[in-house]
Design a protein around this ligand. Structure first.
Ligand code: PNS
Length: 164
């Protein structure tokens, strides 16, 4: 069985993430969506909230498993005998960081390949931070996040516009 890991902070999951997960499903038998710790990011959603939103967004996808792991991605890939780490690449700005991560992970675990899927053009600009910023000012995020979790994300982040 060919296993892939889609790692990330997922703070929160967006349609961009979901597109990468869906495309990984076509390439692998089993896709582990792993909510990892990114030490350089402060998250707005708790780990439990991020997992819960991901589980709902991937409901009915039999080959998808949502987990969390506090440790090195390379170690988790070894534990799960994963053939690949699958990540989305949006623009040149993503490249340097992602390339560094891929090289580090290869050094730590030579048995796992990192595969980059180029983002669809409609998701080029999309990120969890953009979603959070738009939602916090009461903007429309309905075309940016999975519909089934739209209201939860809005309720959690929307503070509305304030004058003064
Ligand atoms: O969605 P993100 O924040 O870009 O995902 C980055 C993430 C969480 C995949 C990355 O920070 C990660 O792999 N964290 C686990 C710790 C690790 O293995 N770091 C790489 C070696 S320093």
């Amino acid at each position: 069985m060919r296993v892939a890991i889609c790692p990330g902070s997922f703070d929160p999951v967006t349609l961009g993430h979901l597109d990468i997960i869906n495309r990984a499903r076509k390439l692998f038998d089993h896709v582990i969506v792993a909510v990892m710790i990114n030490p350089s990011k402060h998250t707005s959603f708790t780990l439990e909230e991020r997992i819960s939103l991901l589980r709902r967004a991937t409901e009915g996808m039999e080959e998808v498993e949502v987990v969390s792991f506090e440790g090195l991605l390379a170690d988790y890939a070894k534990i799960r005998d994963a053939a690949a780490i699958v990540k989305g690449l949006r623009a040149v700005s993503d490249f340097e960081y992602e390339f560094q991560m891929a090289l580090i992970n290869e050094k730590l675990n030579p048995d796992v390949e990192t595969i980059f899927l180029t983002t669809r053009s409609e998701n080029m600009f999309l990120s969890s931070s953009i979603v959070k910023q738009i939602a916090s000012f009461g903007g429309d995020i309905s075309s940016l996040v999975p519909e089934c979790i739209l209201n939860d994300i809005k309720d959690r982040l929307c503070t509305g516009g304030k004058q003064g």
